[in-house]
Design a protein around this ligand. Structure first.
Ligand code: ACO
Length: 428
């Protein structure tokens, strides 16, 4: 489906009127097309943080932040989370339609066959300090993949070469992620097992030891698969935009994804899931006075922010948070886990949602508010939470990169309003 141009907007500058095309998307979203604005007027538009700037026309994910709607390729997230699998969703996002049974089998088998990483890459792990954050390790290992597959750097590669890079990324990211964790523990790495499905294999590489098999629990495997689906894409967020902008210089896909991993790491983005658990533990250790922390979050002179609350786009409950909150209760029940941090989270949500500050700013819990509690129940250590997010987000990043390349989008290069010193002479 193409965006329609059937209207115009008028801008008056210095007494002169200019007409700008209005673009309408398939869900009725409207934008003023300013591509030629500077050329005809000499003005640029200013929008720090791109809060109101459409950087692209995209057919991958639709979200309506006012109504709390999220759809991948038109399918509601609620239906995908309930009925689909992560690899099926990955195929959907990347190739635009649900795979046939045969296509899905081929895709999954192909991924299983590429899970090993070059033995030389294993040596890199030995050089990282044991305290290295797994996100830092993951980003550099993903970028290092490009050095092992130099053909991925050629522009105008045939489509089969791009497909192979996509399969390699999906196959190797769990291996690299699990090995980052093993490295942080000082434990030997565990090799992938092709007979396992995607999530089983990841859990096996995370938790098995050379001395002991890891017993797979179907509840844990299913919960992980669902979490990955919920994180799989979220249109033009910080990391997806990073992947698109890095890729727009025709940097290779591995390096573009590596940049996405780094963008995701920040606590205002994917790093929030780790920050939420650290915050909840801090509140508990401080005696559990919730009002005190809500007041601190409201105080503009206090740097404390309520992690896991607020979202650039959702001004209503994040639909993923709604699904995760319910999944959280189910999983903790099924696994028989009692987590005092969950109680604090629920009470904190209750207090915050009644508070005028949060209500008037439409600050609701986001996807990261409850995901960390599930990860804890699944046995995933806190410093791996954002890595889990990266595993889930990978198909979205790939889809965003592929769309940008296929649309032949120009190199990303914003403008600025210069507010520095005027020309002055170097002293002496
Ligand atoms: N705690 C306290 N106040 C907040 C919070 C919060 N978590 N989030 C927003 N606000 C306030 C802001 O101070 C601002 O108040 P003001 O209007 O009085 O100045 C108002 O709400 C609007 O917030 P902005 O920061 O302008 O919103 P923005 O869209 O720039 O930021 C963000 C969105 C970064 C997600 C922000 O809400 C935040 O920092 N949240 C905490 C971190 C977090 O959970 N990040 C995960 C996001 S989901 C994801 O990326 C996967």
């Amino acid at each position: 489906m193409e965006a329609v141009m059937n209207d115009t907007a008028k801008v008056v500058l210095d007494g002169q009127e200019y007409e700008l095309p209005v673009v309408t998307g398939s869900e009725g979203e409207k934008a003023i097309d300013i591509t030629k604005f500077r050329g005809s007027t000499g003005y640029i538009t200013l929008d720090s943080g791109y809060k109101n700037t459409g950087a692209t026309k995209s057919a991958i994910t639709f979200l309506d932040g006012e109504k709390g709607v999220l759809r991948y390729r038109g399918y509601p997230i609620e239906q995908l989370a309930e009925k689909s699998t992560f690899l099926e969703v990955a195929y959907l996002l990347i190739y635009g339609k649900l795979p046939t049974t045969e296509q899905l089998t081929g895709f999954s088998t192909n991924i299983s066959r590429h899970t090993l990483v070059h033995e030389d890459m294993k040596r890199f792990y030995e050089a990282y300090p044991s305290k290295a954050h797994p996100m830092g390790v993951l980003a550099s290992m993903v970028s290092a993949l490009s050095t092992f597959y130099p053909e991925s750097q050629k522009p105008n590669r045939p489509i089969e070469a791009i497909d192979l890079t996509i399969v390699r990324l999906l196959a190797k990211l769990p291996t690299l992620a699990a090995w980052s964790y093993k490295n942080s523990q000082g434990h030997p790495v565990i090799y992938p097992k092709n007979s396992y499905n995607y999530c089983q294999n990841f859990l096996h590489m995370m938790f098995a030891m050379p001395t002991e098999e890891y017993e797979l629990d179907p509840v844990v495997v299913k919960a992980l698969d669902q979490l990955l689906i919920l994180h799989a894409d979220h249109e033009q967020n910080c990391s997806a935009s990073t992947v698109r902008i890095v890729g727009s210089s025709h940097a290779n896909l591995y390096s573009s994804i590596s940049a996405g991993v780094i963008a995701l790491w920040g606590p205002l983005h994917g790093g929030a899931n780790q920050a939420v658990i650290e915050m909840l533990k801090m509140i508990r250790n401080d005696g559990g006075n919730l009002q005190k922390w809500v007041d601190k979050a409201k105080d503009k002179n206090d740097e404390f922010r309520m992690m896991g609350f607020g979202h650039r786009v959702y001004k209503n409950m994040d639909p993923r948070a709604r699904i995760i909150k319910k999944a959280c209760d189910d999983i903790l029940n099924k696994l028989g886990v009692v987590d005092p941090v969950l109680d604090i989270a629920k009470k904190l949500e209750e207090v915050a949602l009644k508070d005028e500050y949060f209500v008037s700013r439409k600050l609701y819990p986001n996807v990261d508010f409850y995901s960390g509690i599930i990860y804890r129940a699944l046995g995933i250590p806190t410093n791996m939470f954002t890595v889990m997010f990266a595993l889930g987000r990978l198909p979205g990043w790939i889809a965003q990169w592929k769309e940008m390349i296929e649309n032949k989008e120009p190199i990303g290069r914003p403008r600025q309003i210069y507010v520095g010193e005027n020309e002055r002479n170097y002293p002496g």
